[in-house]
Design a protein around this ligand. Structure first.
Ligand code: ZN
Length: 381
């Protein structure tokens, strides 16, 4: 027996009374069949409703032929009457996303003649794929137009044209659909064949926010959110912006500029640090003029700086410069430089003795050892 689809009579029906027709135990739970339901089954990109039937939780709702199956966590007595309650906020969010998606798809269809080739409604975001190239620069314009549809608070019309009327209806998605075809119309913005549930008037969508448009399979993938999740997302972003604004001592709207200026300052300072380091290394190297082999420890130099200092010292000392940076317990990075000497054999012996590894070129060796300063000094004696 066909289940009466109350969600098509009233998409805002949250609670209803129905008769239990059957209850079948399966591996996943109890499949309950009612004479009527407000639970929307999964379909057309819109997820299934959850909620309760009496004391039972409805875990999943799906369509099987003309029947709608409610998968519940406990059995219900066939013949009894039961009160159904759908998880309204989750359903309302899905309606906001779905109706908003229709408005955006309708606008893009009119502007680019494109069709919607994929539609996925996530928890926070909706992803729509279109078979046309839609440049990301037009998103603000599309978004503004879509939100004008929201502000106009247009009544959403869901109807079933007769076989005679249908060919005259200018709806999107002209692929052959099983009869009867349900049309969802948002006057002036969209007309589409759709089996989902929708808001009664576009004002309920609240806000339509488009996030990104990226090339996808020769077309474009657009990410967007409407209503409750859109506001929640914007609030999360605002909170981050305010926090970043405190760091830069600017209002949230100023953080882009402040961050760019900060980036430039940082780059200039890095350049300055490199310059000062070069001068410092030259001064340090000068102290080793003609001293022969050098062993030197540095508390905290990265491998690039360690090599620069080792090079500078080796140019002056006239022997082998062995530089180590690190601390006992954590090991030491090392750099060996000797312009006139093949260090490969020495490097191997050193890493073997000091539990390390490394390599390089004949007169330059770099790596790490797991040894203490004392052990390193003992090896070099
Ligand atoms: Zn739809």
């Amino acid at each position: 027996m066909a289940t009466k689809k109350l969600y098509y009579e009233d998409s805002h029906l949250t609670s209803f009374e129905a008769q239990v027709l059957s209850c079948t135990q399966t591996q996943k739970g109890f499949e309950i069949l009612l004479d009527a339901t407000a639970f929307y089954p999964e379909g057309g990109g819109q997820a299934a409703d959850t909620g309760t039937l009496g004391d039972a939780s409805v875990l999943e709702t799906r369509e099987r032929g003309e029947e709608i199956i409610h998968l519940c966590d406990r059995p219900l007595e066939p013949g009894s009457r039961v009160t159904g309650q759908i998880d309204w906020e989750a359903r309302f969010i899905r309606m906001q996303q779905h109706s908003g998606e229709h408005i955006v798809s309708g606008i893009l269809h009119r502007r680019y003649g494109c069709s919607n080739t994929g539609f996925h409604m996530g928890k926070d975001r909706t992803v729509i794929d279109f078979d046309a190239v839609i440049p990301a620069q037009v998103l603000p314009e599309i978004e503004a137009e879509a939100n004008r549809a929201v502000w106009q608070n247009l009544a959403v019309k869901c109807w079933y044209p007769t076989p005679e009327e249908l060919p005259q209806v200018p709806y999107r998605s002209k692929k052959a659909l099983p009869w009867p075809v349900r049309i969802v119309e948002i006057p002036g913005f969209d007309c589409c064949a759709c089996c989902g549930t929708h808001v009664k008037s576009t004002g309920e969508i609240g806000i339509i926010k488009l996030f990104t448009a990226v090339p996808f399979r020769g077309g474009t993938r657009i990410e967007m959110a409407c209503g409750i999740p859109a506001l929640a997302y914007l609030n999360r972003v605002l909170e981050q912006s305010i926090r970043a604004g405190h760091v830069f001592s600017v209002p949230a709207e100023g953080i882009g500029e402040a961050a760019e200026a900060f980036g430039e300052q940082l780059a200039a300072q890095k350049y300055r640090v490199v310059e000062l380091q070069r001068q410092l290394f030259a001064a340090v190297a000068k102290e080793y003029e003609g001293t022969g082999n050098v062993l030197r420890f540095e508390p905290n130099l990265d491998s690039t700086a360690l090599r620069e200092l080792a090079d500078a010292v080796a140019q002056r000392c006239g022997g082998r410069a062995a530089l180590f940076s690190g601390q006992d317990g954590q090991g030491y990075g090392y750099c060996l430089v000797s312009p006139g000497e093949d260090l490969r054999q020495f490097g191997k012996e050193m890493t073997a003795a000091l539990h390390g590894r490394g390599g390089g070129k004949p007169n330059f060796q770099q790596g790490r050892v797991n040894a203490t300063r004392q052990e390193i000094e003992a090896f070099f004696k």
